[in-house]
Design a protein around this ligand. Structure first.
Ligand code: XMP
Length: 526
């Protein structure tokens, strides 16, 4: 029986995998973007570091391979390479930038260091339409970013497009290998998505039928097989990721999933009660609510240093989580809402990126508990998680909530956290939420919130002089939180937020607007 199930699983995996794309990463800042584009075209893909390419290739048996760009030069002997096996399977390959140069270099062509870096917009002239440029204009704008250039092509390859004197695309139809010097994945390249679509559908014969509904079916199936008749626990943060992860697992194992939602006293106004009731009444999750505000506040007393705040909150959370989890002694699995960017970041060719802030997942793995991890969203990007949430029937207001940091308002109160300052910030934050929502910008901006500064300023109200706190307003747009820009809010909206905060909240008499992008700033102030 077990053997039959195993065979079935393997078979299922093969069927899925023949429709998937393997992206080999050479450290380009755009690798994740390639993956997003491929998935937008409804083709499942995974990113793997160049050093694991062959192993993954054997396991995954993809329909096609994309070699990413990268900062290195193939002219350097130690630069990242892949085994020749990658080119010898008959599986279609598309090299992008460094990927093209690697193809040329590995298969007998010549790559030379350029005299200067070509960076930015360039005009592409298609010489041979072939499968890759099928249906596209003969000239259009593309985005280049490279130093080296291909001087001569390997035998059997033909130049397909030029940009000025530079070779911009080449291919060998017989060997099913193509390369582009420019980046089709960035929005500045016209028809970039169409080129990728041609590669996926015409060359790799992908059907483009990877949908969220299909994902949910296979995820539920995998979760059931993993957890078997056992039970699981899940720490909910109120954010989208842990909620969607919990809903998926709940769909798979029902009330054998036990959720825990902690009030750490650092949540937004009315958040604890409203989120808890949504979990129970709307999502039908079995949730233990843990009111623990005082525990957190007493441990945070007098603490100013941001990382120390994070550490204390993380530790306290884990302690409470362990206490609660003991009540579900038979649970052997821990559900976490880990997303694909977290997975890639920790396995990227460049190694784990430097810790700028010690982000912790709420429900971070208690070290001494022997629980197996269930991470049903490991393969998804944030926008895909939202689609899964919608597909599962979750209320759009829930699915499109702004990200909220695990340490909550503690990292938005600069300096020590007290109950009084929390109350001030909560009220100011509520005004920001209301006004941004009313303006219809709730889904347009990535995050909008207030920060309470450790500064007092002089003001005048009526005939009285005031000497009160300053609140900063932080509203940013972003795709994924990795980079962000300050939102160009209408002045009238800024004015309404400012005057409501100053008039309605006793204790704040000045509002300033943060116009720092990320980088060099971060989204949160601490
Ligand atoms: P920064 O401030 O690093 O934030 O630009 C990027 C995104 O991460 C959120 N953030 C956190 N999330 N624990 C979390 O779970 C944290 O300690 C934390 N710090 C920042 C932030 O709200 C933004 O969306």
């Amino acid at each position: 029986m077990a053997a039959a199930r195993d065979t079935q699983t393997k078979l299922g995996r093969t069927l899925i995998s023949r429709q998937s794309i393997l992206i080999v990463d050479f450290g380009s800042q755009y690798t994740q973007l390639i993956a997003r584009r491929v998935r937008e075209l409804r083709v499942y893909c995974e990113i793997v570091s160049f050093s694991q390419a062959v192993e993954k290739l054997r396991e995954m048996q993809p329909a096609g391979i994309i070699l990413s760009g990268g900062p290195d030069s193939v002219c350097r002997e130690q630069s990242p390479r892949v085994a020749p096996e990658v080119f010898a399977q008959g599986i279609p390959v598309l090299g992008i930038c460094y990927g093209l140069q690697l193809i040329a270099h590995s298969l007998g062509g010549a790559v030379v260091p350029g005299n200067q870096r070509e960076f930015g917009r360039a005009i592409l002239e298609v010489e041979e339409e072939g499968e890759l440029f099928a249906g596209l204009p003969r000239t259009f704008r593309v985005w280049m970013s490279h130093g080296d250039r291909v001087e001569s092509l390997p035998a059997g390859f033909r130049a397909l497009a030029q940009s000025g004197k530079i070779l911009a695309a080449a291919g060998n139809e017989e060997c099913r290998i193509w390369g582009l010097q420019f980046h089709p994945e960035v929005v500045h390249t016209q028809h970039g998505t169409a080129i990728l679509e041609n590669f996926l559908t015409r060359i790799c014969a992908c059907r483009g039928d990877w949908t969220m509904a299909a994902f949910i079916d296979s995820a539920v199936d995998r979760i059931r097989r993993k957890i078997g008749p056992g039970a699981a626990i899940c720490g909910l943060s109120g954010g989208v990721d842990s909620t969607v992860a919990a809903c998926l697992v709940h769909k798979a194992i029902g009330d054998r999933l036990n959720c825990i939602f902690v009030d750490n006293g650092l949540l937004r106004k009315n958040e604890y009660a409203s989120v808890l009731s949504s979990f129970r009444d709307h999502l039908h999750l079995k949730v233990a609510g843990v009111p623990a505000a005082e525990r957190f506040l007493s441990r945070l007393e007098g603490i100013e240093e941001p990382e120390q705040k994070r550490k204390i909150i993380g530790e306290e959370f884990i302690r409470i989580f362990e206490e609660e989890a003991r009540k579900f002694g038979d649970a052997k699995f821990l559900v976490q809402g880990t997303l694909y960017p977290d997975v890639i970041e920790s396995t990227s060719v460049l190694g784990p990126s430097a810790v700028i802030k010690s982000h912790h997942n709420v429900g971070g793995l208690p070290l001494e508990m022997e629980l197996a991890l269930v991470e049903p969203l490991r393969e998804l990007f944030k926008d895909e998680v939202r689609k899964v949430g919608e597909e599962l029937g979750m209320d759009p207001r829930f699915v499109h909530r702004q990200p909220f940091p695990g340490p909550g308002l503690a990292v938005r109160i600069i300096g020590p956290v007290t109950a009084e300052r929390l109350a001030l910030l909560r009220d100011a934050d509520a005004v920001v939420q209301e006004e941004v929502e009313k303006e219809g910008l709730g889904r347009v901006v990535w995050q909008a919130f207030a920060v309470l500064l450790p500064v007092r300023s002089v003001g005048v109200m009526g005939d009285d002089r005031t000497y009160e706190n300053v609140a900063a307003l932080r509203v940013v747009t972003s795709q994924d939180g990795m980079t962000a820009d300050w939102a160009r809010l209408p002045h009238e909206l800024l004015e309404r937020i400012s005057s409501r905060i100053v008039n309605e909240i006793r204790g704040i008499n000045r509002v300033v607007y943060d116009i720092t992008s990320k980088p060099p700033g971060t989204i949160e102030w601490e």
